[in-house]
Design a protein around this ligand. Structure first.
Ligand code: AMP
Ligand code: ZN
Length: 113
């Protein structure tokens, strides 16, 4: 079982910020900003393409979308944050369970576009 499935199943610990039936959100173990939360559908999809192409992927995707303002409010980053998805090896994805990085808590300036 993959590491994020194990976190979702509480088989390994994480600092959970928010969860419901469909999504779990926890602090990244190597934060790249003062706020760095991973938003992870509890259901396993390898990446955002698999999520997009799943017949019933919309439930998971909507759960991710709905979690964004909840996390921003909990972490106090409603005034601005960045959401990142790395897809596949070339995209820099290292954990092959789809997830979104919510980064904030300071002015983010290291943009690539
Ligand atoms: P990515 O490179 O987009 O696949 O992101 C994977 C992220 O998962 C990295 O930022 C890691 O720091 C983070 N990560 C890996 N293992 C854990 C863990 N056990 N708890 C929290 N974050 C983790
Ligand atoms: Zn998984």
């Amino acid at each position: 079982m993959c590491i994020f499935c194990m976190i979702a199943n509480k088989e390994i610990p994480s600092t959970i910020v928010y969860e419901n039936d469909d999504v779990i959100c926890f602090d990244d173990i190597h934060p790249a900003a003062p706020v760095h939360v991973l938003i992870v559908p509890k259901r396993h999809f390898d990446n955002i393409v698999d999520l997009s192409q799943a017949v019933d992927g919309l439930v998971s995707y909507k759960a991710v979308l709905d979690a964004i303002p909840v996390i921003a409010d909990i972490k106090g980053t409603r005034q601005g944050f960045r959401l990142i998805n790395n897809c596949g090896e070339d995209g820099g994805q290292t954990v092959m369970h789809v997830h979104f990085h919510l980064l904030g808590g300071r002015k983010l300036d290291e943009k690539i576009l």
